[in-house]
Design a protein around this ligand. Structure first.
Ligand SMILES: [Zn+2]
Length: 131
């Protein structure tokens, strides 16, 4: 009987190890942040309403040409359509502590989003002038 108890203990440790590995693999692929957007921001050709959004970046490196960055109006639901989506060009920058959104003021007074950066990341997601 004592022998059986030891075997069960080993199985339990293995299971916990696998579950932890799955979690960290998923976290390394998709990045997300909840942000507040002020008035007049344009992203992917779409003028955003003022309010809270979920920004989701999917690792789509294997799918050239497909959108990888999605803006969802909060509250987010997985079956909700994104308000805006576009393809980014990855660049490297200095690590930021908070979600960072860089924009350029346009002649009509709106702010065109040029790049976003997720917290604790050095990856800068750039959006082209044409998007
Ligand atoms: Zn991207």
């Amino acid at each position: 009987m004592k022998h059986k108890a030891v075997l069960l203990g080993i199985a339990g440790i293995l299971l916990a190890g696998i579950a932890g590995w799955n979690l960290s693999a998923a976290a390394g692929k998709d990045q997300r942040a909840e942000i507040s957007v002020g008035r007049g921001y344009v992203v992917g050709g779409v003028k955003l309403e003022e309010g809270k959004y979920l920004v989701l970046h999917k690792d789509m490196s294997a799918h050239e040409g497909e959108a990888c960055t999605f803006f969802y109006k909060m509250p987010y639901r997985s079956d909700k359509e994104p308000v805006a989506k576009m393809r980014c060009t990855l660049g490297q920058g200095t690590e930021v502590k908070e979600f960072t959104l860089r924009s350029v003021t346009q002649p009509d007074g709106t702010s065109a989003v040029r790049s976003i950066q997720f917290p604790n990341s050095t990856e800068v997601h750039n959006f082209g002038a044409g998007s």
